[in-house]
Design a protein around this ligand. Structure first.
Ligand code: ZN
Length: 284
């Protein structure tokens, strides 16, 4: 989503990322540490999405790691989520040094996160959609439509507080990046194929990891409702161009994938066609 807040670490109760799946090592120590320990531990490892793909983040915001010969990061969550990355990589026997690419779906602060810090720590190439490049370079981005008038809602109040604690007040500009565009295959970033899905932002892109059957939908789809509705595929509530966001569902619909990893909510296990059908119903 958008801008808000200041400072702090990620709180344990916010880190209990959805239902856990088989995942990377570490459960034994977590279980031995008791419930508080489990929550704390879960905060530090990735949730299994599929082989070599893990979800980091919280119930509010997800970001992803693709582990192959090197490591590609897809979106970065809030800046305060940074430490999840080295901790999760340690669980799969890698270090930050292995990160060679950071691919951003769009320019909002809960997706750009600590991209600049990760870039400077690892030398990774940051990939930014052409249409959102200026926002990533300057950190100046508009609040998506409908957000300001929704801030009174209880879940939004909690989200904005969470954003504040995780340094999400402003987009942290990225000093160096390369741009990408529709149809490109990012050979330096696990071979992600780019699908331009404008609407949430003008430049927004989804990314398809074809061999693994994973579609990273960014905020072109969500499974979490900021207004407190049930979990499941839907359009994000806040879009720069709502009509265009709805039309972009048609770009996702024919893609070949079995898991859809979203910026907000748990991964959806099903095809893009099924997710889009459900989103059209849920989003009226
Ligand atoms: Zn967004």
């Amino acid at each position: 989503m958008s801008d808000s807040g200041v400072c702090g670490g990620v709180r344990v109760q916010e880190m209990q990322v959805v239902r856990r799946r088989p995942r990377v090592r570490g459960c034994v120590a977590a279980c031995a540490a008791g419930e508080a320990g489990v929550e704390s531990r879960l905060a530090m490892v990735g949730e299994f999405v599929t082989d070599g793909v893990y979800r980091l983040g919280t119930v509010w915001v997800g970001w992803y790691v693709i582990v192959d010969e090197s490591v590609t990061v897809v979106d970065c969550g809030f800046p305060g989520y940074h430490d999840q990355l080295p901790n999760a990589l340690a669980e799969v026997g890698r270090s930050l040094d292995a990160v060679s690419a950071v691919v951003l779906t769009h320019y909002h602060s809960d997706h750009v996160g600590a991209a600049e810090r990760i870039r400077s720590e690892t030398g990774a190439t940051v990939y930014v959609p052409t249409g959102d490049a200026e926002g990533v370079r300057t950190g100046k981005v508009p609040m998506p439509g409908g957000m300001a008038s929704s801030l009174w809602r209880p879940r939004m109040v909690r989200y904005m507080a969470h954003a504040a604690r995780n340094e999400g007040a402003k987009v942290r500009p990225v000093a160096e990046f390369r741009t990408y565009q529709d149809g490109e295959v990012l050979t330096g970033a696990s071979g992600l194929r780019v699908v331009h899905t404008p609407g949430h932002t003008a430049g927004h892109c989804a990314l398809l990891l074809e061999p693994a059957g994973v579609l990273f939908a960014g905020d072109a789809l969500a499974t979490f409702d900021f207004f407190g509705g049930p979990a499941g595929p839907r359009l994000v509530r806040f879009n720069e161009d709502a009509r265009q966001a709805r039309e972009s569902l048609s770009r996702l619909e024919p893609l070949d994938a079995t898991v859809i990893a979203v910026g907000h909510g748990s991964p959806f296990r099903g095809t893009p066609a099924a997710a889009v059908a459900a989103a059209r119903v849920a989003s009226g």
